[in-house]
Structure formats: structure tokens, C-alpha cells
Design a protein around this ligand. Structure first.
Ligand code: CTP
Length: 275
């Protein structure tokens, strides 16, 4: 509709009443309108409308009332103003989990390292860079969440000193001393509130099950989603994943599937087997 009509107090009052009765109102876009005026009143993008439709009809709302925090992507550890230490995580797995959890009715906070993905609609997104930033954002929100899923590839080490100036090259080799970062999942495991569910990820290149089971115990997690980086169709950057879901009494290898399908299986396992 035209901006003047949309902004008219009577229309706004009616929209507020609809919201009061629990109707979801999709805000119009702003821009050049059909009547050539510029302002609010445009039809929102088809992409956004589709997100609203999927949120309504794609899944049963079995996560309604649950607060879920998901971490995703890599972290970046600064060496100097020019260089960073990072990893190959693209964030796809964590973003898929956040998207499916929202569509199943959860209130989702997504704490994301630097990625090239659009945040899933209806999530509350917190952008971070370093492992320390991620620790700060996750630990300060942990108590508010029923389920925490740590899909981020968090750096285990960070430079001891960050140079204020660009490090100039000289002849010979260069070593950069590194120190350990805080293990966020372990911290969460040590400070778990009653009834809270903690899921970690484990990327391995060998001894997948043994190493992942150790992480489950050492970090006091309730579930570890493990994948072998050396298998085609699993791990960084791909649209599919091949994971093994490990809990205290169970170990279930899933076939290769789309990351959103994997997300659905992880969430099913959490809700129907564990909560
Ligand atoms: N993780 C974390 N904080 C860190 C490092 C990792 O919370 N500083 C979390 C990851 O988000 C993931 C899990 O721990 O959920 C396992 O990460 P991974 O790198 O596979 O294991 P590590 O415990 O770091 O052990 P290693 O690197 O020796 O395999």
C-alpha cells in the first residue's frame, strides 16, 4: 500500500490489534512504490515471504518454548593488523541447525564467527571474531538457554602477543608463540545448569569414535556429533555431511545427507531421546 496509507494511525492501530491477538504481521519493504512514491509499503521479497511460510508449515513445532544457542563458523585470531590465524569452517552446519531449530519453534541465538552466509531468518545473530569473543558471548548467555550446540570450529591457540604494527619480514624463519584459548564447551560442561543439554562437535582425521568419546567425557557434554574430515561428502564447506551421533549410551552413524537433514536428525536425537 502507499506509505501515507500504511503510516496512517488508524491502519497502524489495526495492525497493533492484530499483533495483540497473536497474528504474525510481516513488515512491508521500503523503496519505490507502484504509485512512484518512495517509502514503506512495498511487498517484501519473495525470499522473506517463503521464510515466513516455511516457518509456519515445514515442521511441527516440537521445539516451542525451548531456547537454543548455536555456535557456527571459524574464529579469527589476530597476529597483527594484517594477518589472522583461522580455519576452513564455512558455518554451513551450524547455520543449518539454527534454521531448522527456528522452523521447529525454538527461540534461537546464533553466535557466529566470520562467514559468507546470510543469517537464517528469525534467529538472533551475534557476530564474533576471536575465540575469546565467542567465549564472552556464549558464556554470558549460557544460563538463558535450554540447549547449546557448539558447531563452531573454535581456535585452540591464539598468539601470545598481538602486534599493533604490521610485522615486517626479515631473512630467516619466523616463529609466533601461541597460547591456549579457553575451551568453551568444557567451560559450559563445568557450569551446566540443571536440565540443560550440551552438544559438541568433533572433527577428526583418525580414531574418530575414541577421540570423540573422550571429548564427551572430558567436556561433560551430553552429545558429540563426530565427523571424519577425510571422508568425501563430510566436513568443511560441503553441502552434505556424514556424522556419527555419540551419547553416553549410544552411538549412531548416519548416512551421507544434506546438512539441513543432518540438523533435523541431531535435533530429533536431542528432543526425543534425551529431553
Ligand atoms: N571447542 C570449544 N572451545 C575451544 C575449542 C573447541 O568450545 N577453544 C568446541 C568446539 O566447538 C567443538 C568441540 O569443542 O564443539 C570439539 O572441538 P575439536 O576442535 O574437535 O576438539 P578439541 O577439544 O579442540 O580437541 P582437538 O583439537 O585436540 O581434537
Amino acid at each position: 500500500m502507499n506509505t501515507n496509507m500504511y503510516e496512517n494511525p488508524i491502519v497502524q492501530d489495526n495492525i497493533a490489534r492484530l499483533r495483540k491477538f497473536g497474528i504474525d504481521v510481516i513488515e512491508p519493504d521500503t523503496g519505490l512504490l507502484a504509485c512512484k512514491d518512495i517509502g514503506a509499503g512495498k511487498m517484501p521479497s519473495e525470499e522473506l515471504l517463503l521464510e515466513y511460510i516455511l516457518k509456519e508449515i515445514r515442521f511441527k513445532k516440537d521445539f516451542a518454548g525451548k531456547k537454543v544457542m548455536v555456535t557456527a563458523g571459524p574464529t579469527e585470531e589476530a597476529i597483527d593488523p594484517v594477518r589472522i590465524i583461522t580455519n576452513h569452517s564455512t558455518g554451513k552446519m551450524g547455520y543449518a541447525i539454527a534454521k531448522v531449530a527456528v522452523q521447529r519453534g525454538a527461540a534461537v541465538t546464533l553466535v557466529s564467527g566470520p562467514v559468507n552466509l546470510k543469517p537464517p531468518a528469525f534467529t538472533s545473530i551475534i557476530n564474533v571474531k576471536s575465540a575469546q569473543d565467542m567465549f564472552n558471548e556464549v558464556s554470558s548467555r549460557a544460563k538463558d538457554n535450554d540447549i547449546i550446540i557448539m558447531a563452531a570450529a573454535v581456535a585452540d591457540y591464539t598468539p601470545v602477543n598481538v602486534s599493533d604494527e604490521k610485522i615486517k619480514k626479515s631473512d630467516g624463519n619466523l616463529s609466533i608463540p601461541l597460547k591456549r584459548t579457553t575451551d568453551i564447551l568444557k567451560y559450559l560442561g563445568e557450569n551446566k545448569k540443571t536440565g540443560q543439554f550440551l552438544c559438541g562437535f568433533s572433527m577428526e582425521t583418525k580414531n574418530l569414535l575414541d577421540n570423540s568419546r573422550k571429548k564427551l567425557v572430558n567436556k561433560n557434554a551430553d552429545m558429540i556429533v563426530a565427523n571424519n574430515l577425510k571422508i568425501k561428502g563430510a566436513g568443511f564447506g560441503t553441502d552434505t555431511n556424514i556424522v556419527t551421533i555419540i551419547t553416553k549410551d549410544n552411538c549412531k552413524e548416519l548416512e551421507q545427507m544434506d546438512k539441513e537433514e543432518v540438523a533435523k536428525c541431531i535435533l530429533d536425537e536431542i528432543l526425543y531421546k534425551n529431553l
